[in-house]
Design a protein around this ligand. Structure first.
Ligand code: SF4
Length: 382
């Protein structure tokens, strides 16, 4: 099973507790981005297009702990940028393990072999390694030859050393079902615990805007892949109903507060994929975000989104509310031949707003003001 029993029980108990307490909006996974700097520049990435002053910023260990405690989610995903570049990543991970958080450390694995000695195997720690296909496909997706070889070598080393390892795979337009199936077989042969798979989100700042999947193409691709997967025992680290959603059988709206994001700007509104402003605290994020104005059919930038960080929380909540439906889908697998669930109409969605530049400018102004104040303090002390 891709997700260990202890994690399933702990997360299940957490969800039930929130429901008993009558909490309507609660987080499942905190996306903790301690930096945006990366050692790759993938064409499908919308996260690293910042000026150096911002790429050089880091969340401190204390800021990370504060975010984790304030938010309270049982799972913490640490993406980036590349988190292994952060000089205090060991301290961050140790502090979160001590708080019994289930950590997914998302990495392109270029530095993993060199840094493996910093960590100890733990049921709370999983290395979630970015691989977007077999060698040619992955090296093309990350725009550098040789990365696949380094990453797969690191997976084997980490598995041999007793670590939990997951593969995190993003699919883009043009992916062929046979290639994806061969890649999943290969992932299983590496002995990873599971695969997290999702269509790419069409980040407005991604250098390559032509290779993102539409919702229609996503659903057909997943039906074709799952058809090839029958009897091949792939393990996914995602809920059955999320996979069923990818195959076009669930008419879900996203749950953006299920995966709140804390990064060097603050608490990102509304989700990991969209930066539409920042809140100073988790409490302010929850209270002040107009959640109803986001989602497919409501906002142009959400039109084609089917990404796990928006919809996995919806699927988990649906699983708790309808366990028999989830069990039936688990046993039979997603429906692959019948009609798909109706698509959400885009007729009334509000147009996209473009505020990236003003966010960046605001942060740069603040950084320069802080630097000037530090310089003034130094000259006063001298
Ligand atoms: S649909 Fe939801 S998860 Fe996707 S970008 Fe919009 S708000 Fe975020």
């Amino acid at each position: 099973m891709a997700v260990p029993l202890i994690q399933q029980l702990r997360v299940g108990a957490y969800v039930v507790k929130q429901r008993i307490k009558g909490v309507k909006k609660y987080p499942l996974v905190l996306m903790l981005e301690p930096l945006f700097r990366c050692n790759l520049a993938c064409p499908g990435c919308g996260k690293i297009d910042y000026p150096d002053d911002i790429l050089n910023r880091r969340l401190s260990v204390d800021e990370c702990i504060e975010a984790v405690e304030e938010c309270g989610a049982p799972i913490v995903s640490i993406p980036g940028g590349e988190p292994l570049i952060h000089k205090e990543i060991k301290e961050i991970v140790d502090a979160l393990i001590a708080r019994k958080k289930f950590i997914y450390l998302c990495t392109n694995a270029l530095l993993l072999e060199k840094k493996l000695h910093l960590f100890k195997p733990s049921p709370y720690l999983t290395f979630s390694i970015h691989l977007d296909g077999l060698e040619a496909d992955h090296d093309r997706a990350v725009d550098r030859k040789g990365v696949f070889q380094i990453a797969t070598r690191a997976i084997v080393k980490a598995r041999d050393a007793g670590f939990r390892v997951n593969v995190n795979c993003t699919l883009f337009d043009g992916a062929q079902a046979e290639d994806v199936a061969a890649f999943f077989d290969y992932g299983m042969s590496l002995g990873v615990e599971g695969i997290t798979v999702s269509p790419g989100y069409a980040y407005e700042r991604a250098p390559d805007q032509t290779h993102f999947l539409s919702r229609q193409k996503t659903k057909q691709l997943f039906r074709n892949v799952f058809r090839l997967g029958k009897g091949r025992n792939w393990r996914f680290s995602q809920s059955t109903l999320f996979l069923d959603f990818l195959a076009g059988n669930q008419e879900y709206q996203c749950t953006p507060w299920g995966n709140p994001t804390r990064n060097v700007f603050g608490w990102q509104r509304p989700c990991y994929l969209l930066g539409e402003g920042y809140a100073p605290s988790y409490k302010a994020l929850m209270a002040e975000t107009d959640w109803e104005s986001y989602g497919t059919g409501k906002y142009e930038k959400c039109a084609e989104c089917m990404v796990h960080c928006g919809y996995e929380a919806t699927a988990v909540m649906d699983t708790i509310a309808h366990p028999m439906k989830a069990l039936k889908t688990f046993i039979k697998g997603p429906e692959l031949d019948g009609p798909m669930a109706p698509e959400i109409s885009l007729e009334n969605q509000r147009p996209a707003e473009y505020i990236f530049e003003s966010n960046v400018q605001k942060t740069l102004t603040q950084l320069h003001a802080e630097a000037e104040e530090r310089a003034r303090g130094r000259s006063d002390a001298a």
